[in-house]
Design a protein around this ligand. Structure first.
Ligand code: COA
Ligand code: AMP
Length: 631
């Protein structure tokens, strides 16, 4: 079928389209209600279908004779380990760990927080939670204790699963002290913590609360899959919004399974038995969807890689992994390829490896900038696909649908809308804009299966954050345009969310931390262009009257504060003391203008500005530190 036919069918007749796709799954009870409204008036998919996500990821393949096929390859250059789990082995491990959780009282609907590095036990824990019909919330290992605490407070888990440490290139990150600190900070206390002890660090256990993973598994009875409804939640994944409090994106079971299964063929052109590698982390949505669920739903082999694109041990790491395991599709963030390009500009390390089985390279997490696109294409000779998506959607909104019809790429564009997503460019009044004109990228409702139906515990935040600005549409928070040929260009966020090394972060959250310093009267954190990480945050601070501080000392203190409160992953390293911040006469900081100055863009001074001379001062201050982009 051509893309046009498939796409039109998905938009004109979504119920028939998705009912057909749902037929590819082994439901316990096939859904008869394809699309219905929930109590909040939100469109929901497959409400009366009954399924179990872990069953669809694992047991079904064993039943269908794929038990001996490798489900997971764990490759860990930081520990020098390679391990393989067949579908049968993984099913058994998951059933036993589900037994551990059940013994701790975890039932359908209960929450389990998972704070783990990139080891197979993280995947086992996720699938074990799903097996019980419970709800997991994975927290990225790079987040500090206060971030973990906010998530524990909000998700109210019965159990937290962790490991004794994560391993970065040149350092160990003991997780258990961070977890203990987070539990002290949270008013909700989990009744049990299961700790996977790694040989590199031995975690101190809290008697009566903490359980050793291996000991608990040795005593556990395997647990069976629990039936859930299509609309029951599978997981909560917190993501940065514009305020200090992260949003708990809720994913349901039925729509998620149908959408991801469909995407593996339509977008990535994967067949059962193929090897798929998403070089991300289970703490991010890419890890949830394309390290764990989609490859396993599709009977593929997935890679759990505990390493970096560079320095583990060199910039040939990606090519080594692709060659060793016959990876067919590689998916990573553009920043990873920029890091490789920096260390191996000619792509010399590629020559050491046989990449004949690698068919396509996919990128997402941030816009694929044309220089990185061209470089990757040139050195690998493989098709390079940019695709745009968000934690909220769980799968790609736009991309080059390699399994339906491969389009001629246009550098800088995420190609075309994926079937199911009705992508429109709107002006501030919500009117669709003509081709070529830039506006807000919005998705006409209903959203296809797999997208969030609410924010955990806060439907109003979902409504006001996504549905209020443009009635009848989901507002993505990204700006962009569609060209005459129907190619979609995503140009960046229209809010205060920034993207640092493919990690989504809130400048508002950093501002709250910076503003808490006793010397700071007011501040703005903006994202400025960075040649490796895409963007980096910079703090502009105004001191309280009469305060005298050494600027370098203040910078070090604020950098330390953000690191302790959010994590090293925020990459908050620069602070400038300024005399004034540009504001409107009503007192609102003109952040967009600050970004434009730092990005070296031309800008028009709004008539509402209070004091235009503040702009020259800021430009000069940024320039002195070499922070104005020259092109
Ligand atoms: N646990 C603990 N700390 C972590 C961490 C984790 N899982 N991940 C990152 N960090 C820390 C790093 O150790 C570093 O700490 P430091 O300031 O003490 O050195 C800091 O967070 C910043 O890390 P990172 O952004 O990874 O920078 P880097 O310079 O070490 O590496 C890249 C640069 C480009 C190689 C790396 O950012 C990368 O691989 N990015 C791809 C990201 C990605 O896949 N995103 C998913 C989107 S699909
Ligand atoms: P996350 O929720 O962490 O996946 O981040 C989603 C945000 O990252 C989007 O709203 C975009 O701003 C940005 N993003 C992700 N992928 C792309 C892409 N391919 N092109 C442009 N922006 C992207």
């Amino acid at each position: 079928m051509s893309y046009q036919t498939e796409y039109r069918e998905s938009i004109d007749n979504p119920q028939a389209f998705w009912a057909d796709k749902a037929g590819a799954l082994n439901w316990y009870r096939a859904p008869r209600q394809v699309l219905s409204k929930d109590d909040n008036g939100i469109d929901r998919w497959f409400a009366d279908g009954e399924l179990n996500t872990a069953y669809l990821a694992l047991d079904v393949h064993v039943e269908q004779g794929r038990g001996d096929q490798t489900a997971i390859i764990y490759d860990s250059p930081v520990t020098g380990t390679v391990a393989r789990y067949s579908y049968l082995e993984l099913t058994e491990e998951v059933a036993r760990f589900a037994g551990v959780l059940r013994a701790q009282g975890v039932e359908k609907g209960d929450r389990v927080v998972i704070y783990m590095p990139m080891i197979p036990q993280a995947v086992i824990a996720m699938l074990a939670v799903a097996r019980l019909g419970a709800v997991h919330s994975v927290v990225f290992g790079g987040f500090a204790a206060p971030e973990l605490a906010v998530r524990i407070e909000d998700a109210e888990p019965k159990v937290v699963v962790t490991a004794s440490c994560g391993i970065e290139v040149d350092k160990l990150i003991p997780y258990k002290p961070l977890l203990d600190d987070a539990i002290v900070r949270s008013s909700h206390k989990p009744q049990c913590c299961v700790v996977y002890q790694r040989p590199q660090v031995v975690a101190q256990m809290v008697p009566g609360r903490d359980l050793d993973w291996n000991e608990a598994v040795a005593q556990a009875q395997p647990a069976d899959c629990v039936k859930v409804q299509g609309t029951d939640p599978l997981y909560i994944l917190y993501t940065s919004g514009t305020t200090g409090k992260p949003k708990g994106v809720v994913r349901d079971n039925g729509g998620h399974a149908v959408a991801l299964r469909y995407s593996m063929k339509a977008i990535y052109d994967m067949e059962p038995g193929d090897v798929f590698w998403a070089a991300s982390d289970v703490g991010w949505v890419v890890g949830h969807s394309y390290i764990v669920y989609a490859p396993l739903f599709s009977g593929c082999t997935t890679l759990v890689y505990e390493g970096k694109p560079v320095r583990t041990p060199d910039a040939g790491a990606f090519w080594r992994v692709c060659a060793d395991y016959g990876v067919k599709a590689l998916f990573a963030a553009p920043t990873a390829f920029r890091a490789i390009k920096k260390e191996d500009p000619q792509g010399k390390l590629l020559e050491r490896y046989d990449l004949s089985r690698l068919k396509t390279i996919f990128m997402a997490g941030e816009r694929l900038d044309p220089p990185t696109y061209h470089w990757t294409l040139e050195v690998t000779g493989k098709p390079v696909v940019d695709h745009w998506w968000q934690t909220e959607t769980g799968w790609a909104i736009c991309g080059n649908p390699m399994g339906i019809e491969a389009f001629e790429p246009k550098p800088g564009s995420a190609t075309v809308p994926i079937p199911g997503f009705n992508v429109q460019i709107l002006d501030p009044e919500g009117k669709p804009l003509p081709a070529g004109e830039q506006g807000s990228v919005a998705l006409k409702l209903p959203l296809p299966p797999g997208c969030l139906p609410t924010v955990w515990g806060d439907f109003e935040r979902f409504r006001s954050g996504y549905l209020r600005d443009f009635p009848g549409y989901y507002c993505s928070g990204d700006g962009g345009y569609i060209d005459e040929d129907g190619y979609v260009f995503i140009m960046g966020r229209t809010d205060d969310v920034i993207n640092v090394a493919g990690h989504r972060l809130s400048t508002g959250e950093m501002e709250e931390v910076v503003a808490g310093h006793p010397a700071v009267a007011e501040c703005a954190v903006i994202g400025i262009a960075d040649s490796l990480k895409g963007q980096q945050p910079v703090g502009l601070v105004l001191l309280k009257d009469g305060v005298e501080v050494n600027e370098a000392d203040l910078e070090a203190e604020l950098v330390g504060r953000v690191r302790d409160a959010i994590g090293a992953v925020a990459c908050f390293r620069r602070v400038l003391v300024v005399q004034r911040l540009p504001k409107t006469r009503s007192g609102k900081i003109l952040r967009k203008l600050l970004r434009q100055i730092a990005d070296g863009q031309s800008y028009s001074i709004p008539s509402t500005i209070d004091d235009p001379t503040s702009l020259d001062e800021i430009e000069a201050a940024l320039d002195r530190r070499g922070l104005v982009s020259k092109g």
